[in-house]
Structure formats: C-alpha cells, structure tokens
Write a protein that binds this ligand. Structure first.
Ligand code: UDX
Length: 446
C-alpha cells in the first residue's frame, strides 16, 4: 500500500517506520524542515530503542518530506499523527489535526482514506471531515474520502515492539470499504496474538481515552493506598503483591511511585474531564485521579522536608533519573520537574544523572535552574551529596554497588521514589532508606 503519515513525533515516526517494515511505501511528512532534513540523513529526533535501525533497514520504502502534496501524489491512505496538546483549560487542542485535515483537502488527487491516529476527543472525525470537505468545495472538486479512527496504544521506550506486535488494533469506520482496507493493512501485524476490533468511530475515539484513564486510575489508586499504608504502618509492596494475586486485579500497573508523567496520561485524563464537563457531566473519579497524581509528585519532597527541615540550604542531593520513565529522554510532566524544583527553591543543590535525558533537561526544562549540576556517571553524581534520590527506575539503577554509594555520599541516605531496593538488606548495610508507602512517614502537605 502507499501511505502518507503526517507528523513525525513518537506515534507518526514509529508507525510510519513499522508500516514500511511490513512492505508498504511510506511518506513521512512534517512541516519542521530541520527534523525532515535530519531524518533524510538518518538522524532520529527521539530516543527510542530499535527505531534508528528500523528506519535504516527500510530506507528504500521510507521517504521524509515537508510537502504533503508530494506524499499525496502517490498515497491513497493518509494518517494524521500530530500532537493534541492540552489547551489552556486542559481540553485537547485540535488546531494541528484540523490544519492537517485542511491540507489533505487541498492536496488530495484521488479518493483518500484519512486515518486519525492522534488522540482526539469524540466528535473530532466530524470536524476533520468538515475541514477536508471545505477545501474540496473551495477547489470545486468532487473527490471523495473516508474518515477512519485508529488510535495508537504504543508506549514510549517499547514503541517499536508495541507497534509491530500490538495486543489489539482499534478501528472505527462508517463504511465497509474503509473497514476492509484497515483489516488488510493490519493483517501482517496481527499474525501472533493481536486482535482487530472494528467499531463505530465515536467508540474508537473513546476507547483510547478510556484505556489511558483506566491505567492512570490504577496508578493513582495504588499511590493513594501507599499513602494510607504509611499512616497505618503497612507496607504497600506487600499489599501490592497481595492484591495483584487476585486475577481480577492483576499485578500490572499497580506499582506505587512518585506519580505518572509523560505525554499521554496527564493530557488525556484532563481532556476527558473537560469533554465530560462541557457536556454537563462531572467526571469525579478522573478529577480525583489527577489530584492524587499531582500530590504524589510531592511525596519525596515531603519526606525530605520532614527529614531535613523547611530550609534545604547547604544540602546537596543526587537525583538519579530525570525522564518520566526509563528508556526515553522524554521529560514531559515528569515527577523530576516537581521534585527538583521543590528542592532547589528551598536552597538545595542538585547533582543530576540520567542515561538519556540530560540534554533535554539542560536545554529545555531546567534551562534557568542554576542549582543543578549534571554528571556523566551515576557514581560521580553522588560525590559530596547528603542523600541519593531515585526518581526514574532505569535498569542501571536496579542493582547498583551499594558499598560504592556509601563511600561517595556524605551520609548513607536513600529516598527511593520507585521502591526498587530491599529495605532489610539496605538497613543491614547501614543505609537510612525511605520508600513510597512504607513506614509511618506520611505527612500531609499543602
Ligand atoms: C501510555 C500508555 O501505556 C500507552 O498505551 C499509550 O499509548 C500512551 O500512554 P507511556 O506514556 O509511554 O504510555 O508510558 P507508560 O509506560 O504507560 O507509563 C506512564 C507513567 O506511569 C510513567 O510515568 C510511569 O512511571 C507511571 N507508572 C506506570 C507508575 O507510576 N506505576 C505503574 O505501575 C505503571
């Protein structure tokens, strides 16, 4: 098949590359000239394991262009995979999606299957349709098109794997020919375990929000249980295993921590709250999910202030991990932003180490924060510090050399925001070890 994918962010670039891997001809389109020039020279704008190799492998079938007309000269399927960032009120900003829809209307030269892969509120397909039709009318053209909803469920860090081996593909259509086309396109991806679920467009759009909101709810739920565990003197690690063993609950996505971040959960929870609010429904569970998450990002600063006092002047903390989760350099809505901000505004200095996100931190998120010093190695970052704070559970932090940590730190204190270590053995080694949801540490804050 001949496919155009507009938007070369996580979703667009990974999906386009995976379509090429399955033998399709793909045009990846982005208006960012620098990004496209980079991609033409093999420079991948995001850190995502396996992506660079897959782009190289499929270079014969992948083209990177800035002009959508060039792509639509050949393609008859056009995926929209541009961002839908939260607007000022938290609702999804559709301007990029609708701008692409208009440009499709202007550039299409044959029947077009327009597939929405961006996460968009229910009803967006109607707006996409109107935007395309408007341009066709201006051109006096009687070309026809189908609009399809095909939300993407890939996770950063495992995006290539998730895309090549999806556990399900959701397709929302309103014509048989669109349904058949999507089924043909995805057949090679679904050989092993995956399922293709065909439905109406509104349900497909809603499925994406429901999935992300459910996952965010699981995380806020366990974080709330963790806070209560601290108050009643229980250990959330044991409670997690205890509840996970019930197959109706399951073990996945109930790891307590310092809150969820990333480009999807925070934005999608907010967007669904806004959508429901706009329709007169008060989404109380989702509001609580968001409130618990915001508060959870303060769990470590709360502990640290309880331990050292309101002023942290003169103290140095090592932060391991800045990205919102391992295997990515993405820091959008990361807990590290809140944690480091809370520490440095109280006068602390931070030694930061992250295997991938240092550049993003330096150049974007902490550009103006002079209290942070960056290090190339995790042990170097510890030297002369008063405590280690683990924020992101990169694999290289899982079983570090604790003796070396002790030698480097001024005092053997660890604040673990991801409950990675065995409390007993650390205590035997002489560490003061703080985790989430263990001990009688909870202090209400703000
Ligand atoms: C998520 C969805 O998983 C994916 O299906 C969707 O397409 C996009 O949004 P992603 O944002 O890449 O993917 O990350 P994910 O691995 O889901 O983690 C999100 C956040 O939740 C991270 O900050 C992570 O640390 C946190 N998390 C996850 C927990 O705190 N506890 C858990 O048990 C699981």
């Amino acid at each position: 098949m001949k496919i155009a994918v507009v938007g070369t962010g996580y979703v667009g670039l990974v999906s386009g590359t995976c379509f090429a891997e399955m033998g399709n001809d793909v045009w990846c389109v982005d208006k960012d000239e620098e990004k496209i020039a980079g991609l033409q020279n093999g420079v991948i704008p995001i850190f995502e394991p396996g992506l660079k190799e897959l782009v190289q492998k499929n270079s014969d079938r992948l083209r990177f262009v800035t002009d959508i007309s060039e792509a639509l000269q050949e393609a008859n399927i056009c995926f929209i995979a541009v961002g839908t960032p939260p607007g000022e009120d938290g609702s999804a900003d559709l301007s990029a999606v609708l701008a692409v829809a208009s440009s499709i209307g202007k550039a299409m030269v044959r029947h077009m299957f327009v597939v929405d892969k961006s996460t968009v509120p229910v009803g967006t397909s109607r707006k996409v349709r109107q935007a395309i039709q408007h341009e066709l009318n201006l051109r006096g053209s009687n070309l026809t098109f189908d609009v399809i909803s095909n939300p993407e469920f890939l996770k950063e860090g495992t995006a290539v794997h998730d895309c090549l081996l999806p556990d399900r593909i959701i397709v929302g259509t309103d014509t048989d020919k669109a349904a058949r086309l999507m089924s043909d396109l995805y057949k090679p991806f679904l050989r092993s375990t995956g399922r293709l679920l065909q439905m109406d467009i509104a349900s497909a759009e809603m499925t994406k929000y429901a999935a992300n909101c459910m996952l965010a709810t699981k995380i806020s739920f366990i974080n709330e249980i963790a806070n209560i565990c601290e108050l009643v003197g229980a250990d959330v690690n044991k409670v997690r295993m205890g509840i996970g063993s019930d197959p109706r609950i399951g073990y996945s996505f109930i790891f307590p921590g310092c809150g969820y971040g990333g480009s999807c959960f925070p934005k999608d929870v907010q967007a669904l709250i806004r959508t429901s609010g706009g329709l007169g429904y008060d989404a109380r569970i989702l509001q609580a999910v968001e409130a618990v998450n915001e508060s959870q990002k303060l769990a470590l600063p709360r502990r640290i202030v309880a331990r050292y006092g309101e002023s942290l002047t003169g103290l140095h903390f090592t932060c391991w991990g800045l990205s919102f989760k391992p295997d990515t350099d993405d820091m959008r809505c990361a807990a590290s932003l809140v944690i480091i901000d809370e520490l440095t505004k109280r006068g602390a200095k931070v030694h930061a180490y992250d295997p991938q996100a240092e550049k993003v931190a330096r150049t974007i998120y902490f550009r103006d924060n002079e209290s942070i010093e960056y290090f190339d190695g995790k042990y170097d970052a510890l030297k002369g510090c008063d405590a280690l704070i683990l924020i992101t559970e990169w694999k290289e932090f899982r079983s570090p050399d604790f003796e070396r940590i002790k030698e480097c730190l001024r005092e053997p204190v660890i604040f673990d925001g991801r409950n990675q270590y065995e409390a007993e053995s650390l205590q035997e080694m002489g560490f003061e070890y703080h985790q989430i949801g263990v001990g009688d540490n909870f202090v209400e804050w703000r």
